[in-house]
Design a protein around this ligand. Structure first.
Ligand SMILES: Nc1ncnc2c1ncn2[C@@H]1O[C@H](COP(=O)(O)OP(=O)(O)O)[C@@H](O)[C@H]1O
Ligand SMILES: CC(=O)N[C@@H](CCC(=O)OP(=O)(O)O)C(=O)O
Length: 287
């Protein structure tokens, strides 16, 4: 039974819903790839909110695809096992022992946590890695990085099958080599490759900062390719933000309409970005 009382908050909520109509219409049937970084995963409560947002997206006709990271969780397990780990240009140098841990953590604990969270909210999520159904085939990225892969062949057929069954794919960033090897793919790189193969309407890169920052720490609300190249060259964009911005450019080149780098720790970040006029973070779009 609804309580028949007037309250400013509820009136504002109703107005927000009403104002969402043009956005709901715009994204009906759209494909939205969301990269959920390890740093953005946070508490169980934050995961629950994220999962609810994803289920809502699906409910209103969007086809969401989740590609996740899990760097901090891999670090934790490597430390327990006393395996040393180094990063070059934001990517983990991956030998065979490291690869075993990466696969175990990403395909196991991290992937299933997200799948379970979505299913608990009434969605239907299926966990897979880039190795399933030939989704992502890799070539070695750089001999210095060992088993780090560059996605060179992405077959999104399995994802389209899942869309047609109202199912939400949750993808761990691993890929197969041409000779049966397993490759570790940076989560942003994997998300970009999947988004390009699907010609996604949006790629949302959820991280732990408000967006891409200039040297004074101000978030740049819109970024061009030239700005990104200059900022990487000058060291203003560093560490994990390098693969993120490079991914954004590659995704746009590959046919994605727009990429947004946003703070995934902010409550309802995904809904705010898609269904309200209050988009946040840094936008990179096709020219
Ligand atoms: N110019 C920049 N603007 C914002 N963040 C930056 C910038 N340069 C480097 N970073 C770093 O990039 C990090 C995001 O990358 P990463 O830690 O790999 O995130 P995730 O785990 O979400 O993929 C930020 O926390 C920040 O420390
Ligand atoms: C090659 C490479 O660096 N792979 C990443 C995969 C996980 C990832 O990208 O996690 P975040 O998104 O949380 O950083 C790694 O081993 O950490």
């Amino acid at each position: 039974m609804k309580k028949r009382e007037m309250n400013r908050d509820w009136i504002a909520t109703a107005r927000t819903l009403s104002e969402a109509l043009p956005y709901l219409q715009r994204y009906d049937g759209a494909i939205v790839v969301i990269k959920l970084g390890g740093h953005a995963m946070g508490s169980d409560e934050a995961m629950e909110t994220f999962a609810r947002d994803v289920v809502l997206m699906r409910q209103v006709g969007v086809n969401p695809v989740i590609v996740h990271g899990g760097g901090p969780m891999i670090n934790e397990m490597l430390e327990k096992l006393q395996i040393k780990s180094d990063f070059v240009g934001g990517k983990r140098v991956t030998d065979e022992a490291t690869m075993e841990v990466v696969e175990m953590v990403l395909s196991g604990r991290v992937n299933k946590r997200i799948v379970q969270a979505i299913n608990r909210q009434g969605g239907k999520a299926v966990g897979l890695s880039g190795k399933d159904a030939n989704l992502i085939t890799c070539d070695p990225a750089d001999p210095a990085l060992g088993l780090v892969g560059d996605p060179n062949d992405v077959d999104p057929a399995i994802l389209r099958t899942l869309f047609s069954d109202d199912t939400i794919p949750v993808i761990a960033p691993l890929g197969s080599g041409r000779n049966g090897e397993t490759y570790n793919i940076n989560g942003d790189t994997a998300a970009g490759a999947v988004a390009a193969a699907l010609k996604a309407d949006r790629l949302l890169l959820l991280t732990d900062v408000d967006g891409v920052k200039d040297p004074d720490g101000n978030v740049l609300t819109e970024l061009t390719a030239t700005q990104i190249h200059d900022m990487i060259r000058d060291g203003v964009i560093a560490g994990g933000m390098i693969p993120k911005t490079e991914t954004a450019l590659n995704a746009i080149d590959g046919g994605v309409r727009a990429v947004v780098i946003i703070d995934g720790r902010a409550p309802n970040a995904v809904l705010l970005e898609l269904f309200t006029e209050h988009g946040a973070g840094s936008l990179i779009r096709a020219g």
